[in-house]
Design a protein around this ligand. Structure first.
Ligand SMILES: C[S@@+](CC[C@H](N)C(=O)[O-])C[C@H]1O[C@@H](n2cnc3c(N)ncnc32)[C@H](O)[C@@H]1O
Length: 271
């Protein structure tokens, strides 16, 4: 192993410890970040990262280069249809007229959080959404709420026709659309690392954490799952992505066999 390779290995472990990202999934992107540097420069970079706080600009550049932000409106709509038809009305009834609190954890550029807001409105539920992501760049895009329509894989690829009413065309910007102000006002976006508790603390009626835990290593998932549990209470519903399962907590159980990624903390358990 050269000094440069050892440097990359040590940064891999550091990224896993701080941000949870699985070493296996880091490899190609981290190699690209380290490429074209001499062994000495690699070692200096690693030393800098070990000493610097997360707010350091080099850390910021590195972590942005490591993350995958693939997302689109109404992703996994089969799951969301069940949420709109059964889950939100049940939560609304339990809340007894109080606005629901939703948390979209790992919101990337915002499409999932806005979709949840559309579903709340379509179901006649009052509610607020906190949406968070590790990536400051993605959060800034989410706050802007502006999206481009282009042929192929764009944010609108699964948008139902009726949901276009939640967008307004941006004057002077061809094929650019913005989420309408009243929906944007329903969501607070913030940066947050799922390896740590949410601050300020929040207790959610529904948490959507989809296609995010898959990027975590086994060991880091323990911390991420603890963060989700800390923002929950008996009755909280948790949405995961299709490939995802909880490993370290059995507080949440599937609500139906047909949709094992729609889980809840049974209200009667009081655990
Ligand atoms: C593939 S996107 C999923 C976006 C959206 N939830 C969806 O399903 O369409 C995964 C997101 O997880 C975020 N992420 C990765 N590690 C994270 C961490 N430790 N804390 C918070 N967010 C993280 C990434 O920045 C990325 O935006």
């Amino acid at each position: 192993m050269t000094g440069g390779d050892a440097a990359q290995v040590s940064v891999t472990a550091l990224i896993e410890a701080r941000y949870g990202l699985s070493p296996r999934l880091q490899h190609d992107r981290l190699s690209a970040f380290f490429a074209d540097r001499s062994p000495l420069a690699r070692q200096l970079l690693a030393d800098h990262l070990h000493a610097a706080p997360e707010s350091d600009p080099v850390w910021q550049r590195l972590i942005e280069a490591m993350l995958v932000h693939e997302t689109f409106f109404y992703r996994h709509n089969d799951q969301l249809s069940v949420v709109a038809r059964y889950v939100l009305p049940a939560l609304r009834q339990r809340a007894g007229g109080m606005p629901l609190q939703l948390w979209c954890a790992g919101c990337a550029t915002g499409e999932e959080a806005y979709t949840l807001a559309f579903l709340l409105r379509d179901s006649g539920c009052a509610g607020k959404i906190l949406a968070s992501d590790l990536s400051a760049e993605s959060v800034a895009e989410a706050v802007a709420g502006k999206y481009s329509w282009k042929p192929g894989l764009n944010s609108f690829r699964a948008l139902p026709e009726a949901a276009w009413r939640y967008f307004e065309a941006l004057p002077g910007e061809a094929n650019r659309w913005r989420v309408v102000p009243e929906v944007r006002a329903q969501i607070t976006f913030q940066t947050h690392n799922l390896m740590r508790p949410l601050t300020p603390a929040l207790t959610a009626d529904l948490i959507s954490c989809r296609n995010t835990l898959i990027y975590f290593s086994d060991e880091s998932r323990r911390h991420a799952e603890a963060t989700l549990v800390a923002a929950s209470k008996p009755g909280t519903v948790l949405l995961l992505g299709p490939a995802e399962r909880l490993r370290y907590t059995n507080i949440f159980v599937p609500m139906t066999d047909a949709h094992p990624q729609i889980l809840h903390w049974p209200a009667e358990s009081g655990a």
